[in-house]
Design a protein around this ligand. Structure first.
Ligand code: SF4
Length: 380
């Protein structure tokens, strides 16, 4: 991690890009570290248009969304931006975005979390932003944010698996929204645990009708488009509308449990459970995409959606293995590639065709992929 240049103006008004509802734990973390927060506005078409207008054309889509978030946060008065980093192009995001924003005339500081998952490095650099910060206080803040993250992931996992079968449309969304409101203000671990328990219990009472032949679909792919619903055109909700039980394993809780994207033991485990379709790490989330697809096939899932930003190299690498796996095992995989031009209508048509094909296969077990190449085709 590096704090590159602190802004001249005080107090620091910290902002960070959106990624799903994780703004709640990140906000808690920043508040506990005594930083004033300026949340970027909710994602809209404007966010993407701003980001796309000022980004290199062929950069991956998360870069464009992040840049749009920064511009909108700076317009709201933020003066200190936080960006993380990783082993692929993500490692250059902060540096390039900082240069673009300075060229646009903004005055701000930038914190780049490039030290991976080393907590001590994070805390030492936050101390530069807030010199009064003690190690004890910082540890408490991290633990609290992590507990909120786990509660968030547990509830959203429940929603993904069950919303497709609600009797009254929007019932889960209503409970989910109420949960987010309470989680946002919870500032101790006991309260967070109680909220999680109470909302899981409340969700269990939401009336559902689960057919015997329901479809179970797993979603794999690149981290950002998986976790930011606006960027994937709300694909999980779209699947729920089609009566699908949705499973996704890439969450911040899982990443933390595995020591980050590239925890060596986690990678070795993924490779060993990939049916020999991967022998070496493919970069970023590529290895996990292949390994999880193989595992889901073994567990009897009906199909897998592979989501990736257009031009994402680690996921392009994964696609070759996924296409072979799909062909050799007659296992349906739908590849969806996202860019600033990806249309909702195109996505819905493909989801309709994919779900229809899976239902036909259920009625005729062992049938070939009736959607043929469409089930394997990439839009990239
Ligand atoms: S994983 Fe892919 S989309 Fe994400 S930052 Fe890396 S190259 Fe870009």
């Amino acid at each position: 991690m590096s704090v590159n240049q602190l802004p001249d103006s005080r107090p620091f008004k910290v902002s960070f890009p959106h990624m799903g509802n994780y703004c709640i734990p990140v906000k808690t973390l920043a508040e506990e570290l005594e930083c004033e927060i300026v949340l970027p506005p909710k994602m809209t078409r404007r966010t993407l248009e701003l980001g796309a207008r000022h980004s290199p054309e062929f950069v991956c889509i998360p870069f464009k969304y992040n840049l749009g978030n920064y511009i909108e946060a700076l317009e709201k008065g933020a003066n200190l931006l936080i960006q993380a980093g990783g082993g692929c192009r993500f490692g250059y995001y902060g540096e390039v975005q900082e240069a673009i924003l300075r060229d646009l005339g903004y005055d701000f500081g930038m914190v780049r979390l490039l030290g991976g998952w080393k907590l001590r490095d994070h805390i030492n650099d936050f101390k530069r932003v807030n010199p009064r910060l003690t190690m004890m206080r910082a540890l408490r803040a991290y633990r609290l944010a992590l507990r909120q993250t786990r509660a968030l992931d547990a509830i959203e996992d429940y929603v993904r698996r069950n919303a497709g079968f609600e009797v009254e449309e929007g019932a889960f969304e209503q409970v989910h929204a109420a949960f987010l409101g309470e989680l946002d203000t919870a500032r101790d671990k006991r309260t967070i645990a109680e909220i999680e328990r109470r909302y899981l219990a409340e969700m269990a009472t939401v009336p559902t009708e689960r057919p015997d032949d329901l479809l179970r679909i797993g979603i794999v792919g690149e981290l950002y488009v998986l976790m930011e619903p606006f960027s994937n055109l709300f694909v999980e909700k779209e699947l729920a509308k089609r009566g699908v039980e949705v499973h996704r394993f890439v969450t911040v809780s899982n990443m933390v449990s595995h020591g980050g994207r590239k925890g060596p033991e986690h990678l070795a485990d993924l490779i060993s459970r990939s049916g020999d379709y991967v022998r070496y790490h493919l970069g970023a989330d590529g290895t996990e995409s292949v390994s999880m697809t193989y595992q889901l096939m073994e567990q009897g899932f009906d199909g897998v959606l592979h989501l990736k930003p257009f031009g994402c190299m680690p996921e392009v690498n994964a696609m070759a293995a996924l296409q072979r796996l799909s062909r050799e095992h007659t296992f349906p995989v739908l590849f969806i590639s996202y860019d600033a031009q990806t249309s909702e209508t195109g996505l819905q048509t493909r989801l309709d065709a994919f779900c229809d094909m899976l239902r036909m296969r259920k009625q005729r077990p062992g049938a070939a992929l009736t959607a043929g190449p469409a089930a394997e085709r990439s839009t990239a």
